[in-house]
Ligand binder design. Structure first.
Ligand code: FSX
Ligand code: SF4
Ligand code: F3S
Length: 385
């Protein structure tokens, strides 16, 4: 769609949304930001960043700002299954509130076990009434793998002892959009790692409705909030890859935009942690970096307001946004070597990248082969742009 037409369509959607009553009585996002010393200029700068992250033209920045302001029209139900709560922490655990975390405050969060005051019967009642009240309108976010029984280990939630599986299934039925937040909910995660004692499953195996996966252990706050804003703006599913991950966030490999990539291409590797190469910021492939096999935007967006990310901190990517990474990507501090790893776009591309890292080809050959790998990845994507 042409940009002008798309702009018009999105502007119309937002102005319709604006007519809906605010669900929360609390302060506007502008007032919230002012209270935390964030001025309009910072807010617009942030909106421009999110616009670029979602691969939209910069002229869409005012729409993005408006979408953020309208997050209080959106009821959200957030369920916890089997996990470490790292996904929620990713968004909330900041020393100074970021705009992303303030947006999360602003959203009408109808149910979130970590954040809400209610407990026991009251909490269960809140969940039931939110599902009923906002039928067909709420966004469901599920964090955690879902133990699906068939062994003596399973998950129950609340005083009625409802299984997590039943609770996730029920909440999915009336949701307007469903996000699996984190690798546990997207792919099963640590619970589903061998031998998977609770028969933990991804959310997509529990419901028949479409699930947008937002993996990462945890996913960055940017990817969580970006998905909410995308939904407010478009009201439709984003373009997804074969693992139902939004392409705007998971379309490229970590390796493609890594700041150490020049060293990979030049054959300059850290041989062991703390050596001279590590001090010079060389490539971490030989100490286990799985960036060549991992689709995520960490190397571009980083974490904590663009402060840092695993590779910048000196440890390789462990592939935390890939299906089954606990079983497939280990040992985390050793290269995968010659093992073929079946990625989203087929093993061919990764086979090439893998061989490149292991064989330490000449600089030119490395460059060519790596670019061939990227081209192969791009050329064989099987979903629409
Ligand atoms: Fe933890 Fe969330 Fe990992 Fe899982 O993040 S950070 S174990 S993806 O479900 O809490
Ligand atoms: Fe960066 Fe890892 Fe790729 Fe090296 S192997 S360039 S550290 S992503
Ligand atoms: Fe995970 Fe790798 Fe990013 S380990 S956080 S996908 S750098």
């Amino acid at each position: 769609m042409e940009h002008a037409k798309l702009y018009e369509r999105l502007a119309e959607r937002l102005s319709n949304l604006e007519k809906f009553p605010r669900i929360k009585e609390e302060k506007s996002i502008a007032a919230l930001m002012e209270e935390h010393g964030i001025n309009r200029r910072d807010f617009m700068k942030w909106a421009a960043g999110v616009t670029a992250m979602l691969s939209l033209p910069s002229t869409f920045t005012p729409l993005m700002a408006q979408a953020a302001e309208l997050t209080d029209r959106l009821p959200v139900i957030w369920l916890h299954m089997a996990e470490c709560t790292g996904c929620s922490e990713s968004l909330l655990r900041t020393d100074a509130p970021t705009i992303d975390s303030l947006i999360f405050d602003h959203i009408s969060l109808e149910y979130h076990e970590t954040l809400m005051v209610a407990c026991g019967w009251q909490a269960e009642h809140n969940l039931e009434s939110a599902i009923e009240k906002y039928k067909g309108k709420y966004i469901l976010m599920v964090e955690g793998g879902i133990p699906a029984g068939s062994s003596e280990f399973f998950l129950t939630v609340g005083p009625h002892g409802q299984t997590g599986q039943a609770s996730a299934k029920k909440a999915s039925e009336s949701a307007a959009a469903i996000f699996a937040i984190g690798s546990c909910s997207s792919f099963g995660g640590i619970q589903a790692a061998h031998p998977n004692p609770t028969n933990a499953q991804p959310l997509s195996k529990i419901t028949n409705k479409p699930v947008i996966n937002v993996p990462g252990c945890p996913p960055s706050e940017k990817n969580i909030v970006g998905n909410v804003l995308h939904y407010i703006l478009f009201g439709t599913l984003p373009a997804l890859d074969a693992y139902n991950r939004p392409k705007w966030a998971y379309g490229l490999r970590i390796h493609d935009l890594c700041e150490r990539r020049g060293h990979f291409d030049a054959g300059e590797f850290v041989q062991e942690f703390g050596d001279a190469g590590a001090k010079k910021g060389f490539c971490l492939y030989k100490v286990g970096c799985k960036g060549p096999y991992t689709f995520n935007n960490c190397s571009r967006e980083r974490f904590n307001q663009h402060t840092s990310w695993p590779v910048q901190a000196g440890h390789g990517c462990i592939g935390c946004s890939e299906p089954g990474f606990w079983d497939n990507m280990g040992p985390f501090e050793e290269p995968l070597g010659d093992r073929l790893y079946h990625t989203v776009y087929g093993e061919g591309a990764d086979k090439t990248a893998d061989k490149v890292g292991v064989a330490l080809l000449t600089v030119t050959a490395v460059g060519i082969a790596a670019h061939a790998a990227i081209a192969a990845v791009k050329g064989s994507g099987k979903t629409e742009e």
